[in-house]
Ligand binder design. Sequence first.
Ligand code: C3B
Length: 828
Amino acid sequence: MSEVTANTEPVATRERTVEGFVREYLRELNFGQGVDLSRASVNDQYLALARTVRHYLMVRWLETLRRQSELQAKSVAYLSAEFLLGRQLDNALLAADLTDIVEEGLAGLGISLDTLRQAEVEPGLGNGGLGRLAACFIDSLATMNVPSIGYGIRYEYGIFRQTFVDGWQVEKPDSWLTLGSPWEFPHPEMAVNVSFGGTVEDYEDDDGTTRKRWLPGWSVLGVPYNYMVPGYGNGRVNTLRLWSARATRAFDLEIFNSGDYAQAVRAQTFAENISKVLYPEDSTPQGKELRLQQQYFFVACSLKDFVDQVLPKDFDLTNLPDRIHFQLNDTHPVIAIPELMRILVDEKKWSWDDAWSVVRQVFSYTCHTLLPEALEVWSVELLGRLLPRHLEIIYRINEQFLVGLRAAYPDDELRARRMSIIAEFPERGIRMAHLATVAAVKVNGVAALHSQLLRDKVLHDFAEYYPGKFTNVTNGITPRRFLRLSNPGLSGLVTEVLGSEKWVTDLDELRALEPLAEDAEFRRRFREIKAANKRRLVHLLAERDGIVLDPETMFDVMVKRLHEYKRQTLKLLHVVSLYEQITSGALDPADVTPRTFAFGAKAAPGYRMAKQIIGLINAVGRTVNADPAVEGRLTVAFPANYNVTLAETLIPAADLSEQISLAGKEASGTGNMKFMLNGALTIGTDDGANVEIRELVGDENFFLFGLTEPEVADVVERGYHPTSYYETNPQLRHALDLVASGAFSDGDRSVFEPVVSNLLHEDRFLVLADFQAYADAQARVDAAYADPEAWTRSAIINVARAGFFSSDRSMRDYLDRVWHAAPVDPSA
Ligand code: C3B
């Protein structure tokens, strides 16, 4: 046993008692935090707790690292510009199996664990679905004993904090590091150098071959910050390595020596800007220079780290495909492909062909979108300026690719142009999705329908050319965070009736709940848990936002980024329509199911229509919530700053899950899975993973509505005229007219005119076309909700059949279909 293991063993074993924990905790408070208990602030108490819990995981982490380097098993590196981790404390306590000990130990000191939980600021290092998916995946990889590492960026500012001023979104910086960041381990001594700019020159090698040499213009340092990724119940702790940019010493010194102090400090700021802030655009990237810098920065750091640090010194890189698979999470890390070529050809002096044959065996690419505008294209001018050698490499990859392509389709120059990695219009650009597809072993979509549409539409030419390359891996969510931790009531009930916690790592076990849907006593307990979760949410929103809600109403929840294709306006128009019908006397309020219409959504700061829609939701909420005519019937709740932490209380409290994107636009969705797992019924379109949810639960347990993807294509092809729906549907017309009249904007008709006129004259996402189908589906929801026994039966069936959506299953699929890697035997 290595020395380090022996030294830390007491913490891992002997001290796993309440007294042992308290001793450790007080030591950490005194010697780590430098305060005594009587003077410790809540933040002191929290930081000391986090560090204490860390100790308990440390032996396992060191042990995992030691075994990983001993075994040299095939590993997975998940490259992602975003990891939306959520709070760490509870997950670490769960993994270390310490929750009860800590709760009791702290209580003895007069400290409430719950108070310390609330003190944690979540690391919001992602925008939404894509970043949260990465976090779920690394949780599953650790839990399943898969040797793996996550690589990303340690943004100093994560996703902005959303506030509302007069109902309009105002962004505040997310200074998540200010009060300390106890979960990370910085290693400045392991910093790596990353270069940018400059020129490329030819030179003669010793053996007379002409080679290329990149003479960069400037460099920065990447400092690794390691995070523990503890598996559940298996003693494994994997690593997430996030990179932070620093100025190089050379950079500093040169300018300092020139005597220009201010300039030197500016230079430092310039370098550190690279990891300063997360770009808040969700799925519609802006081609900003800093963003490309970020992408290359973390990818270059990660490849260098893997090749120089993780692999043994004498490793023969021709064996790389047996040792690693790099998964590219969307196009953001795709610059890794030319970077690995550069390392092999320029630094290791391999031949081009040898390098390419290795490179094309070690990357796979996950596409997360169907919106063509969301596929990144970097202007040749920018890429060439920032990464001149990489541009040359990309050109050469493309040349070679086009030679093969033209041989396969000799008379099809149009196809070559469509498929080329280089776009010619509107400016010369590098199509990162094409580069990824050409180099990848596998290309996958994130739900069955999405993968199908990738093959049939978005990447159709490629699917024809490389038929074996395309596959599907339906997304998943971690049952640890999104049931075991976030829903203690349901989780406890499940464990009790199934007789063990095996479901936490084998979610298919939930199937055994299904017969209990017929058990009235079980249904009663299930319902009571939902009611308690609703009260818990009501309490939280009262404290957090001053929002007053009635837990007896139906909780109808739509939480996700604000995007026109997701169609928050569809739900809002339904609220407005009900409001209009009640206030105009067309509908007796007694006939309306009392509902809370909850929204949670951030808009990208530069996305004007999305911000207008946020303003409108809040404006409708203000009016509706203040009108005695609908009191007790309609309530709108829009808590600001929806994030992982809020999701953890909101989702378990939901009765109805809104998944209402226009068919063919939402790649998968993962919120839909979280609601299902927590016993909400879905009202949804045939889109993304909704399709698979509905197949699993059956039509009778799902409120399907709306055009299908082929119908959408058909409507659009024939020419879509939203006004025709407005003219022929009185309810829709009245609702839109009410918004247009200024009823929600103090009579000022101009305020929401852009939203109304967009819906009437453009409506890219067919809100008006689907309105009536949606309203009808909502009427079916009301009817179903009126029978609590039947509703609960459906909710239980939803939970019982959610096993498929465990991210553990997603990882198994990636291991089998993409990575060709396997878990290691934990006892080996
Ligand atoms: C999202 C998609 O919009 C979701 O449908 C999907 O469930 C998740 O990714 C995870 O696959 N997405 C995102 O959050 N950001 C992007 N840039 C592209 C897709």
